[in-house]
Write a protein that binds this ligand. Structure first.
Ligand SMILES: *Cc1c(COP(=O)(O)O)cnc(C)c1O
Length: 541
């Protein structure tokens, strides 16, 4: 800036001119300082003074430690540890040994179906620690899992195997089914006159919502430095969307007892650059629901978007009331709710808006493209029509009564798990008061029991549960497959608590990975490197 000004400030200018440029210079400096101050003030207001000081302290410690890790001796040690971790990951994910065939280039001649299916069976075998999701011990992966349902979906997908909704004139039925899926889900969320689109999953729905509010705020309010306010328990897809789209995130803590986002803190974080606030119904980590009514009031008052994440609440939340379970309002009937994401399954999702005008900000339109007038509703261009057909078929197959019955059984199972942990396992405590299908438990006394040890002991008994942090906890997302194994879950959990108390191994995946993340200021950076290694390994053929 000063370089530019001094270059302009040439002797040609009269003394009055020089004075003028001096004033401009001062004004620019004052402007920069002022905007920095405003930003800092907004940041501190959102985080709170204590948190802001702690943040600064933590980042200084982290920077210092990371600097220290650059010294050769330290760096070597870190690199060794990372190499070890990488090997461990490879051993787990990539089948090895002389018997393993690797298909690294196209076969010279094509194979027949028999060969292909046999080869797939071999690959299922090779992975060794093959997990059977059918036994119900996998948390929140397959939601229905019935063979009857699988047949329906396969039949639908087979029929529309090569269809692509990018060509509605070629595949008119797929276009119609897609529109009908959106209509059915809008009705379920009490907004029959609203608008929406299908997406490839919860993450895409959430990224689309962030994009919609960003473009809406730019067009209607002139906001060029967008910010959003997100509960700490909201899904990482919000941070991902913000990172992709250049939106600043204010992360707001939840109340330690209710696990609902602190409404006062949300209010303090809203400022003139806020495009949206977020609530979950229910959230992924502990299955609790934010106070959507209070968030709606804030959104209306400040004229910002309110996105409610029902990706996980999906087809459970809308049926709770009719199934006779207590539920706080969460859908479009709440004033201020402007969008909702709802997954028809993990990997297939709907993003809904209060009205079609808001949905228009989600679209991408390019009238000038050499390839022709181009318009696309979401991130993908071409999309698999088979997924749409499969989804449509699943909704038709289940029907209202099917979902209602599933809701009753799943939520009863989840509530049984929560109730029995409370009454029979005093070493554990339930996080919040989860209304639907997810139950998270933490150690009642962290100094006496490491709940991640309990999670690792459960893994040894064949359970696939999720580890959580802040606080360390473990959750189970109940699906239809969990219903018959609730008693076994409680029995195994009791044994696991005892094992973790008597002989903690300190070596399980949860303890290593999540313990490391919280062990020191550089923990998160190290865990980040391990995550990179994990992703690299995913593409090791
Ligand atoms: C899983 C999940 C998402 C993201 O969905 P993906 O299918 O992983 O893209 C978003 N929100 C919640 C609450 C979720 O549980």
């Amino acid at each position: 800036m000063s370089l530019f000004l001094s270059r302009v400030n040439l002797p040609v200018l009269s003394p009055t001119g020089r004075n003028f440029w001096e004033n401009v210079k001062t004004a620019v400096v004052v402007y920069i300082i002022f905007t920095r101050l405003v930003k800092t003030e907004r940041h501190v207001r959102a985080r709170g003074i204590v948190h802001s000081v702690v943040d600064v302290y933590k980042s200084v410690v982290q920077e210092t430690l990371l600097l220290a890790l650059r010294f050769p001796a330290a760096r070597k040690k870190v690199e060794n540890e990372l190499a070890k971790a990488r090997l461990e990951i490879e051993k787990k994910l990539v089948p090895q040994g002389p018997g393993v065939t690797r298909h690294l280039s196209l076969p010279d001649q094509g194979h027949d179906t028999d060969w292909i299916i046999k080869e797939m069976a071999k690959m299922d075998e090779e992975s060794g620690s093959h997990v059977d999701w059918r036994d119900g011990k996998v948390s929140g992966a397959v939601y229905h899992g019935g063979e009857d349902m699988q047949k329906v979906i396969i039949a639908a997908m087979e029929r529309y195997c090569v269809s692509n909704p990018l060509h509605p004139d070629v595949f008119p039925a797929v276009r119609k089914m897609e529109a009908e899926i959106v209509a059915m889900v809008l009705k379920l969320y009490n907004n029959p006159n609203g608008a929406g689109t299908t997406t490839s999953g919860g993450t895409e729905s959430i990224i689309m919502a962030v994009k919609t509010y960003r473009d809406w705020a730019r067009a209607t309010k002139g906001i060029t430095e967008p910010e959003m306010v997100v509960p700490i328990t909201a899904h990482a897809a919000f941070d991902k969307g913000a990172a992709y789209l250049g939106v600043k995130v204010h992360t707001i803590p939840v109340h330690p007892e209710t696990r609902q986002v602190d409404i006062k803190r949300v209010r303090r974080a809203i400022n003139a650059n806020t495009i949206m606030i977020v609530g979950s119904a229910i959230n992924f980590p502990d299955g609790n629901q934010d106070d959507i009514f209070a968030l709606g009031k804030l959104a209306s008052k400040h004229k910002v978007g309110l996105h409610v994440d029902c990706c996980l609440g999906s087809f459970i939340m809308p049926f709770l009331e009719e199934a006779g379970f207590p539920v706080q309002p969460f859908d479009f009937r709440v004033e201020g709710v402007t969008s909702i994401s709802c997954d028809t399954h993990k990997g297939s999702s709907i993003i809904m808006y209060r009205d079609a005008a808001l949905r228009r900000y989600q679209y991408y339109i390019n009238p000038d493209w050499v390839g022709g007038l181009y318009g696309s509703p979401s991130i993908a261009g071409s999309r698999p029509g088979a997924i749409i057909a499969g989804t449509w078929a699943a909704l038709q197959y289940m029907g209202h009564s099917g979902y209602l019955e599933s809701c009753k059984q799943i939520v009863t199972a989840a509530k049984t798990i929560a109730r029995r942990i409370k009454s029979e396992i005093p070493e554990l405590r339930i996080l919040g008061n989860p209304p639907a299908s997810v139950v998270a438990f933490a150690s009642a006394h962290e100094s006496e029991l490491n709940v991640l040890e309990v999670g690792d002991a459960m893994s040894k008994k064949g359970w696939h549960l999720n580890a959580l942090s802040k606080p360390a906890a473990v959750h189970i997302a109940v699906t239809r497959l969990t219903i018959p194994v609730v008693d076994q879950f409680i029995a195994d959990l009791k044994d696991s608590v005892r094992e973790a108390q008597i002989t903690p191994s300190g070596k399980g995946t949860m303890v290593m990975l999540y313990g490391l993340g919280q062990s020191s200021a550089v923990g998160p950076t190290m865990v980040g490197h391990i995550a990179e290694a994990f992703l690299d390994t995913m593409y090791k053929a």
